[in-house]
Design a protein around this ligand. Structure first.
Ligand code: EPZ
Length: 461
């Protein structure tokens, strides 16, 4: 198992390019199951979740491979398989995205119910309600969803839930309706850019979907979807993560391949906190700070609000920002596992129901911390970059699910971060209780001596 070892205090500087979005790539790859011809997907990030889905799609009769240019080629070669087993689905909730395409194209699907996870309950009742409305016969048995259908038929579907719409639920229903007989309307559809990207992919394959990006979708079913070539939309969450890393280190960072129109709420909030964001060219943003950051309140909401997937990262920034800030997550009210780990670094955070009250007293101090989920891992990396001294962030397999070698990008920006095997002899000397941090270790942003004897164990990042 790997961990990150970080020495904080270095302002990030330089330029990095944002990858294609994980949360667009996954439903789009799954939607290829509904196509009768091959697709080529460009800018699909090389992530653990993408590899997990490639494995699942192969088991479902699809040839999936990356060509020399890095493009992902997908083609259905056997449309008889219809079951996604527990072992794969339990590691990745997004596997549920194969439900709609399998039903639409093969008339049946057997998918393990995704378990819960560290960010809260992850029900799929809205997915099942929508598919049933399209004419599917849905049963839940022994932890599996068993769905069967003849030709699906268009329906009027309301996808609003207690926490707003459902992103992957909208994806599932959109794909299923694209091949249904007749017209489907989806009210309270998710408006996230990743859902729009899936809709554009489907329309390029011959689907007839209108209203993309609004809560009201109209889908005229067609007989067939053919293959196409599609470039995945840039990852707004990765972009926001790197912006916050730049801000928290008082850095000067330029991001390429950023759609600022997908980040309006985040850019507004960062400006309110005192981060300077400048458009410096097509799809390029420059992030700097004027030094003085200000506390702010943040509410995570469905798009176009502040994404819940950026909430943890903002908490790390506000934990180092003088003043009292309040973060509320209206999408996943329990998504605060990162707060306790940030507290180990000196953050002062108090939970109050769906909110966290942060007293950003200033400097965090390095510590050994444990990642609990994908975006919490990113928050801990950000905190480690800003903290005084060394940090060890364990269980970064969570991070690898959604970021492609994040440490490589951060190192490119000057960060002192290394990926090492999580072993006693790679654990930073400065974090060992029996070896209190020396003044040099506490003050030195210089990489003056190995923080762990990582030379031998250092993983090639
Ligand atoms: C997608 O998850 C993203 N994952 C999540 O990103 C993201 O946090 C989430 O949308 C919200 O934006 C992918 O796209 C692969 P939801 P999803 O269905 O679709 C409730 C990351 O870090 N709900 O939009 O599973 C649900 O409990 C991941 O990249 C129901 O009640 O989320 C939640 O409170 C984490 N019934 C809210 O709706 C349902 O049938 C939003 O869930 C479905 C959801």
């Amino acid at each position: 198992m790997d961990m990150f070892v970080i020495r904080g205090g270095t302002p990030l500087a330089g330029t990095v390019t944002i990858n294609g979005a994980k949360n667009a790539a996954l439903p789009i790859m799954a939607a290829a199951l509904a196509s009768s011809g091959p697709s080529v997907l460009q800018d699909v990030p090389d992530l653990v979740d993408v590899r997990t889905l490639c494995k699942l799609l192969s088991e479902l009769g699809m040839n999936v491979n990356r060509d020399a240019s890095g493009d992902l080629r997908l083609e259905v070669v056997d449309d008889r398989p219809h079951a996604a087993d527990y072992e794969l689905v339990r590691t990745m909730r997004a596997s549920v995205c194969v439900l709609g395409p399998l039903l639409a194209r093969r008339g049946r699907a057997c998918i393990s119910l995704p378990g819960g996870c560290n960010i809260g309950d992850r029900p799929i009742d809205l997915h099942l309600k929508g598919l049933a409305a399209l004419g599917a016969d849905i049963r839940v048995e022994r932890g599996y969803v068993i769905a069967e259908a003849g030709r699906l038929r268009g329906a009027r579907i309301y996808l609003g839930g207690p926490f707003g719409s459902t992103v992957t639920g909208t994806c599932n229903i959109m794909v299923a309706a694209a091949l249904a007989r007749g017209k489907t309307t989806i009210e309270s559809a998710a408006c996230e850019p990743e859902v729009v990207d899936l809709g554009n992919y489907l329309n390029n394959m011959g689907a007839r979907i209108s209203g993309l990006g609004t809560p009201f979708l109209e889908i005229d079913g067609v007989e067939e979807l053919t293959g196409t070539t599609h470039r995945i939309v840039p990852d707004r969450i990765e972009a926001a993560t790197l912006m916050i890393a730049a801000a928290v280190t008082n850095g000067d960072v330029e991001l390429k391949n950023v759609r600022s129109q997908h980040l309006t709420a985040v850019l507004e909030k960062l400006s309110e906190i005192g981060v300077k964001i400048a458009n410096v060219g097509e799809n390029r943003l420059r992030i700097t700070t004027s030094g003085e950051l200000r506390a702010a309140d943040c509410i995570a909401l469905p798009y176009p609000g502040i994404p819940t997937d950026v909430q943890a990262q903002l908490m790390s920034l506000l934990a180092c920002t003088p003043g009292i800030s309040v973060i509320t997550d209206k999408v996943f009210p329990d998504r605060f596992m990162h707060a306790a780990e940030l507290a180990r670094m000196g953050a002062m955070i108090r939970r109050e129901g769906p909110s966290a009250i942060i007293n950003g007293a200033g400097q965090l101090s390095g510590a050994a911390v444990m990642a609990s989920d994908l975006r919490a891992s990113a928050a801990l990396v950000i905190a480690g970059l800003s903290a005084q001294g060394d940090s060890a962030i364990r269980r970064i397999y969570h991070l690898d699910r959604g970021y492609e070698r994040l440490e490589r990008k951060l190192r490119q920006l000057g960060a002192h971060i290394e990926r090492v095997e999580d072993r006693a002899d790679t654990f930073p000397h400065s974090l060992r209780l029996d070896q209190p941090q020396t003044a040099a270790e506490l003050t030195g942003p210089h990489w003056s001596h190995p923080i762990a004897n990582t030379t031998s164990q250092k993983r090639s990042a």
